[in-house]
Design a binder for this molecule. Structure first.
Ligand SMILES: [Zn+2]
Length: 100
């Protein structure tokens, strides 16, 4: 068996929620409707809060990710909607307990 580092850094195991949170956060920032600190530390915090609030969506197949079946696609879209909802909540949460 691979070492833990090799195992998880192989790139074979992907949590698509991470990708979705990144994309949705980027889109949210681009809209510029809400003012909040966008330093790395705050963005890391926001992403963690959102990832803890939504279910993960793991995949170990590059083929599935490239050519998702309708079920997987629907699940991903549902996850994205959930993330869109959670991002402003996470920002409000982080703003309250700002570290700097
Ligand atoms: Zn900050």
């Amino acid at each position: 068996m691979l070492t833990q580092d090799e195992f998880f850094k192989s790139g074979e195991i992907v949590n698509l929620a991470e990708q979705a949170v990144y994309e949705e956060l980027q889109a949210f920032i681009a809209k510029g409707e809400v003012e909040f600190c966008q330093c790395d530390k705050c963005l890391f915090d926001i992403v963690c809060v959102v990832l803890n609030a939504v279910p993960s969506l793991y995949s170990s197949s590059v083929v599935d990710r490239k050519y998702p079946n309708p079920d997987f696609k629907a699940e991903y879209e549902m996850l994205k909607e959930r993330i869109k909802f959670e991002i402003p909540l996470a920002i409000a949460h982080i703003k309250e307990g700002l570290h700097h």
